[in-house]
Design a protein around this ligand. Structure first.
Ligand SMILES: [Ca+2]
Length: 202
């Protein structure tokens, strides 16, 4: 299922997590724009309204941290991970675990890429003890109001979703402007190349 909507999407906003506080880098390189000659793989937890960002030199380490250590063998090459079926299956297997009572799981919603066709840098969005499994497409479950809070405003040029998630990307903060979605991933963003400023997941 792949389509683009070039008008603002109207969505329900009640009861959603809205992440909007200023970003805080806990380790590694600070978020906020690419640094020439230095690859950065950042992660953000969208379960919490606090926009905490952690960045790593290694994509494998970024994914390991985003999944709470459960997926510790992500391909070193983030671009290869985007089309690696074993990696996708490994992430997806955690969706079922998240539905089991008493099991603590961190799941990846989406991995964003700085360049077309999944070129680094990357930003990985994750959630606690949940996934998009069984959630209807378009029923917004998580969202990021302003990518600038995470140092990734106007940077996404490709993305891939995991754990049964669909996402919608918007030109401006607060889900305004041109919209692209709902979809599960793309090697390019069309009119939204390097323009996305907010995201919703369902
Ligand atoms: Ca924008």
């Amino acid at each position: 299922m792949r389509f683009r909507v070039l008008v603002p999407l109207v969505v329900a906003v009640a009861g959603l997590t809205v992440a909007g506080a200023p970003a805080q880098a806990e380790e590694g390189s600070a978020p906020g724009g690419a640094v020439e000659g230095k690859v950065s793989h950042c992660i953000g937890n969208v379960t919490t309204p606090k926009a905490e960002v952690r960045c790593f030199d290694s994509f494998t380490e970024a994914i390991s941290t985003a999944t709470g250590g459960r997926v510790a063998d992500a391909p070193a090459d983030a671009g290869k991970a985007a089309t690696n079926k074993a990696f996708e299956a490994e992430l997806r297997s955690l969706s079922k675990a998240a539905a089991e009572p008493g099991v603590q799981v961190q799941n990846v919603l989406e991995i964003d890429y700085d360049y077309h066709f999944f070129g680094t840098d990357t930003f990985t969005w994750w959630v606690e003890n949940d996934s998009c499994w069984g959630n209807p497409i378009g029923a917004v479950k998580w969202q990021v109001w302003n990518l600038d809070d995470y140092g990734w405003n106007d940077r996404i040029n490709a993305y891939g979703n995991h754990n049964f998630c669909y996402s919608a990307h918007f030109e401006h903060a607060g889900f305004q402007g041109l919209a692209m979605g709902w979809d599960t991933g793309s090697g390019g963003m069309g009119s939204l190349d390097g323009e996305a400023s907010s995201i919703q997941w369902s």
